[in-house]
Design a protein around this ligand. Structure first.
Ligand code: NAD
Length: 500
């Protein structure tokens, strides 16, 4: 299996896509299961073709999946295995992901529209790495015995929280699922995963591979369906102990209500963003800063929670930077997602493209200046393609500066002083990420501390590593995915006192 999607030709990817067998049934208790609520179509944004009719999980299937996870947790072997043995199963899942890399990447590209290079090279690598990382972590966690009162022994242990419901979006259908599923399984929880209704196929494939790798039945269940029915049923289920969600802030809020109205399950939220990227005139290299600003907003079609969608640039270099980004927007290759030469694929569906178009219309109406793009692109008939788009002369009150667009649309705001830049950066309900470009070490540290965001990138953007936590401040969420900190979401702290 080549390590690089470019090693396989466009024609070959297209033939593989045509031959791909796609799953249509839920995965419950280690077996395929139908839905009682009929089926729903999964449509490819690449060309509008229906890829599959997938069983639709209603309350009944969610209840079956939660019951399977409950049994697997309460009486099954998974939480009782040694951490090393649990780790071994996660390592086998990682190995099977690598073996099936091409099918999984194709499923993502067909259902989501992202270029095959992004699914095969980036998402699949991250997916296998996530399972491997937590597989290797499983037997390295330790408990503590603090120096407490003399005459007693105090033990502080972490125990698996129980049944985890994981509800995830469509922009990185498998990576974001794995950020929840892998740490939860590593500590001995059992899981019911609900992928987005736009991208259930890759998750259903993953569910099968996990069972094949030796997970006991019910340790990981996958149910497909929409948010208001399937997602709500999982969020409201009294037997779910933890609900880990990635998605929009509006829906995250709903999960807090579901928990409040049911069993007060723990709710962990990774939500939206409107991240600022501040370029100071002393940036080490303005060309690199501009190129990274363009890459950041157009990567994954702009469908990134961390997208640096507000470019805050000092007025003395604003035109130079904007012109460079506009030039890059004009040369980016928007094309067939199955062509490994494509740099930007399709948005995740016609509704997404309509939503981005509406943001552009309102942006123009608000008085911002459209410098690039702004309209749909014809690539394949029936597809949902959108041109890389840049607005400048954006002011802080405009919707372009405030609302998450979740598409390839950059808003450029100019500032005059450092304090103004920091104030602009923090002038948002979100707090997921921020970028800063400067050559001054002191400015780098002081501004990084002043930015209210979960990740701050200095002289780079979108760097990540599984060892490093990821999550948001403010209405971008709570808790952290990735790293050893993710374990905190899926464990309860227990204190045991022993009188000596
Ligand atoms: P979304 O909130 O519409 O949907 C996310 C998931 O929630 C889907 O599985 C969906 O079916 C489900 N859902 C929708 N409505 C529901 C309801 N009423 N009850 C229960 N479940 C419901 O988000 P999306 O459009 O799939 O994804 C885009 C959003 O995700 C953006 O806001 C983006 O910033 C955010 N996101 C955040 C991160 C992060 O790590 N912070 C990562 C990726 C995406």
């Amino acid at each position: 299996m080549p390590d690089d999607a470019l090693a396989i030709s466009h024609q070959d990817w297209t033939q593989r896509a045509e031959a791909l067998a796609l799953p249509t049934r839920h995965r419950i208790a280690g077996a395929d299961a139908d839905g009682s609520g009929g089926t729903f179509p999964v449509v490819s944004p690449r060309d509008g073709r229906t890829l599959a009719l997938v069983a639709d999980a209603g309350e009944k299937e969610v209840d079956l999946a939660v019951s399977a996870a409950r049994r697997a947790f309460d009486t099954g072997p998974w939480p009782r295995l040694s951490p090393e043995d649990r780790g071994r199963v996660l390592l086998r899942i990682a190995a099977l992901i690598e073996e099936h890399r091409s099918e999984l990447a194709l499923a993502i590209t067909l259902e989501n529209g992202k270029p095959i290079t992004e699914s095969y090279d980036i998402e699949l690598r991250a997916l296998a790495y996530t399972f491997r990382w937590y597989g290797q972590l499983a037997d390295k966690l330790t408990d503590t015995a603090p120096h407490a009162e003399p005459g007693a022994l105090a033990l502080v242990t972490r125990e698996p929280s129980g049944v985890v419901g994981a509800v995830v979006p469509w922009n990185f259908p498998l990576t974001l699922a794995a950020w929840k599923v892998a740490p939860a399984l590593a500590v001995g929880c059992t899981v019911v995963l609900k992928p987005s209704e736009l991208t259930p196929l890759s998750a259903l494939l993953l569910g099968r591979l996990a069972d094949e790798a030796g997970l006991p039945p019910g340790a990981l269940n996958v149910v497909a369906g929409d948010g208001p029915t399937t997602g709500r049923a999982l969020g409201s289920h009294p037997d779910v102990d933890v609900l880990a969600f990635t998605g929009s802030t509006a829906v995250g809020r709903r999960f807090l209500h579901y928990a409040a109205d049911s069993n007060l399950k723990r709710v962990w939220l990774e939500l939206g963003g409107k991240s600022p990227n501040i370029i100071l005139p002393d940036a080490p290299d303005l060309a690199t800063a501009s190129a990274t600003a363009a890459w950041g907003i157009f990567f994954n079609q702009g469908e990134m929670c961390t997208a640096p969608s507000r470019l805050l640039v000092h007025e003395s270099v604003a035109e130079e930077v904007t012109a460079a980004v506009v030039e890059r927007a004009g040369t980016l290759r928007v094309g067939d997602p199955l062509d490994p030469a494509t740099e930007m694929g399709a948005l995740a569906g016609a509704a997404r493209a309509d939503s981005v178009q509406e943001h552009v219309r309102r942006g123009t109406e608000s008085g911002a200046r459209l410098r690039a793009g702004g309209m749909r692109r014809e690539v394949l008939p029936g597809g949902s393609y959108f041109a890389p788009t840049v607005f400048d002369q954006v002011t802080p009150d405009m919707p372009l500066a405030r609302e998450e667009i979740f598409g390839p649309v950059l808003s450029v705001l100019a500032f005059g002083s450092l304090d103004e830049a920091v104030a602009l950066a923090n002038d948002t309900e979100y707090g997921l990420a921020a970028g800063l470009w400067t050559s001054d070490l002191s400015t780098a540290h002081t501004v990084a501390r002043r930015l209210r965001a979960g990740s701050v990138w200095v002289n780079c953007y979108e760097r990540g590593d599984m060892a490093v936590p990821f999550g948001g401040y403010k209405q971008s969420g709570n808790g952290r995915d990735k790293s050893v900190h993710a374990v905190e979401k899926y464990t309860e702290l227990k204190t045991t006192w022993i009188q000596l």
